[in-house]
Design a protein around this ligand. Structure first.
Ligand code: NAD
Ligand code: MG
Length: 396
């Protein structure tokens, strides 16, 4: 029997972190937790450390590190507590690590995820924002280091499962006509357009099919999540934006499809539970139990599809434009969205103003090439500053 694989979970206190730890705990003979990281819910991180006994834990700052270190030592654990971005990069790239779950939300995950890629790890990518921001750099680093990048986003995991194993030779050579990216349409799919000005963060976070972190829940409600996923799909599968079509499928049972030139359309189906793509990527090319209930198609009964309404979901249009523009535009789109979503969650702006802020930033900030981390992070910082000025002015 081989030794268990050593797994780092970046963003262990989040929704993907919890699903990942659930799958890992089902297979102690295969996997051992090497490191767990958390940013805000540190009491939860302590509980997770007590349960999984990692070699390292990572927290945001020195004080938090001292507190957690003392608590864990008092409980008899030898876990070493690191802090800050340097700590995150250390546990992402440590030589003992076999696989890294990249599940920090937003741009904060970029450097640690890249550190895992540069160290040639098996990288399970949930942190789509990192790839959206720095796709060219990121994919170049994957090539250079020989890292194995496996998509966790349910749609991209589905596409990966529906593509032939040698799809890296190109979609056209693989006979792929289009990628069909499914979207639930979120909680506001049928809300009267006029009412969208008044929806609350609680309503936006009440997703009909998935339980997720607050940022991605708002992104799902605005369909910016699907826009980010469109950009993510272009990088992961070397597709042009025009080759990726978005369709609304309210049941979230088909997680995406691949349309081939011979008329075949392959789909991956399953209950909406992130433990399926997580287990798939962890064990790939094998299959392991994820704890997800078998899909009962009789109770699903029907599968519906609709074209997305561009008036209702302007973020989807903005993301497609950013995908087509390339360079630093996707990084700016992502940064403006992060500021706008945080402001919406703090009730400082209306839901419909999220798109207005992003539109404003993309119209007022110059873009450039995205061929170095400095270029990407510079564009990210300028877009955030421009979005904050919009907030200070109240949009006028
Ligand atoms: P979440 O908010 O539940 O968890 C986020 C994690 O990131 C937490 O552990 C938090 O402590 C950590 N974090 C936040 N800010 C940080 C910072 N500045 N520095 C270091 N760590 C920080 O989010 P989630 O729903 O688990 O999503 C995580 C990522 O996975 C996102 O990129 C999201 O788009 C992607 N994703 C999530 C789902 C899902 O079902 N939840 C599905 C597909 C993709
Ligand atoms: Mg998704």
């Amino acid at each position: 029997m081989n030794r268990p694989q050593q797994i780092t979970v970046l963003g262990a206190t989040g929704s993907i972190g919890a699903s990942t730890l659930d799958v890992l705990a089902r297979h102690p003979e295969r996997y051992q937790v090497f490191a767990l990281t958390g940013f805000s819910r540190l009491a939860e991180l302590r509980t997770l450390c007590l349960r999984h006994n990692p070699r390292f834990a990572v927290v945001p700052d020195e004080r938090a590190a001292r507190n957690l270190q003392e608590a864990l030592r008092a409980a008899g654990l030898s876990t070493e507590v690191l802090h800050g971005e340097a700590g995150l990069c250390t546990v992402a790239a440590a030589p003992e690590v076999d696989a890294v779950m990249a599940a920090i939300v937003g741009a904060a995950g970029l450097r640690p995820t890249l550190a895992a890629v540069q160290a040639g790890k098996k990288v399970l990518l949930a942190n789509k924002e990192a790839l959206v921001m720095s796709g060219a750099l990121f994919m170049r680093a994957v090539q250079a280091s020989g890292a194995m990048l496996l998509p966790i986003d349910s749609e991209h995991n589905a596409i990966f499962q529906c593509l032939p194993s040698n799809y890296a030779r190109g979609l056209a050579a693989s006979g792929v006509r289009r990628i069909l990216l499914t979207a639930s349409g979120g909680p506001f799919r049928e809300t009267p357009l006029a009412a969208l000005d008044h929806v609350t963060p609680e309503q936006a976070c009440a997703h009909p099919n998935w339980t997720m972190g607050r940022k991605i829940s708002v992104d799902s409600a605005s369909m910016m999540n699907k826009g980010l996923e469109l950009i993510e799909a272009c990088w992961l599968f070397d597709a042009r934006p025009a080759q990726v079509e978005v369709l609304i499928h309210p049941q979230s049972v088909i997680h995406s499809l691949v349309d081939y030139v011979d008329g075949s359309v392959l789909a991956q189906l399953g209950n909406p539970d992130m433990r399926t793509p997580i287990a798939h990527a962890l064990a790939w090319p094998e299959r392991i139990d994820s704890g997800v209930a078998p899909l009962d198609l009789f109770s699903v009964a029907r599968l519906d599809f609709q074209e997305p309404d561009v008036e209702r979901f302007p973020c989807l249009r903005l993301a497609r434009q950013a995908a087509e523009a390339g360079g630093t535009v996707p990084a700016m789109l992502n940064a403006a969205n992060e500021v706008a979503v945080a402001a919406f969650l703090e009730r400082r702006v209306r839901f419909t103003e999220i798109a207005s802020i992003i539109d404003h930033v993309l119209n007022h900030e110059a873009s450039g090439t995205a061929d170095s981390l400095d270029c990407v992070l510079g564009a990210d910082a300028r877009a955030r500053a421009q979005a904050r000025r919009w907030l200070e002015r109240g949009g006028r």
